[in-house]
Design a protein around this ligand. Sequence first.
Ligand SMILES: [Zn+2]
Length: 187
Amino acid sequence: MAKAKKYETVKELIFWSYANLAMAHTAVERNQEKYGTFNYVIRAKLFKGLKEETMNMRTIFDDEKIKLQTGQICNYCGSSEKLALDHIFAQKMGGKDAAENLIFACRSCNSSKGKKDLMEWMNIRGEFLPLMIIRRYLKLVFKYCSENDLLEKLVEEVKEMDLPFKIEFIPTNYPNPSKLKLNIENE
Ligand SMILES: [Zn+2]
């Protein structure tokens, strides 16, 4: 059972990652060291609900509010030095110059990320980004796939395509809650 494949289509992969993110979110909020039954139940319910369309990924509006509350610090590392607007989907890869795709980042994170996919860059950094940033990213991926009829495609097919994100880096394994944070805090 543990090895059963949770997803085949793009939609299922995004939902699986989103359900894991929600599970992590609840555990971080409760200051848990590890995941427990309660968290796994949340993940299972949300994943099922998303697939059956009785639940949905909330709009990016909530995330825009969080962005305003976070204020002018680097959303990746918390620095308040040399800030610029970073395109979550890199402009060079076709990312839009729109509010939902823009967050503050310091010059160091901005140039380290470059035109890499955000989750690819997260892998290179070797440390999870704040969950609220990953959530925004997943919503952007979902929106893009929805607008471009990719949701029902197989993950394997989409891996070969030239897109503003790299589907193979979407996280499906979230670390223990003690290693995660919801939002970035000022250094
Ligand atoms: Zn930074």
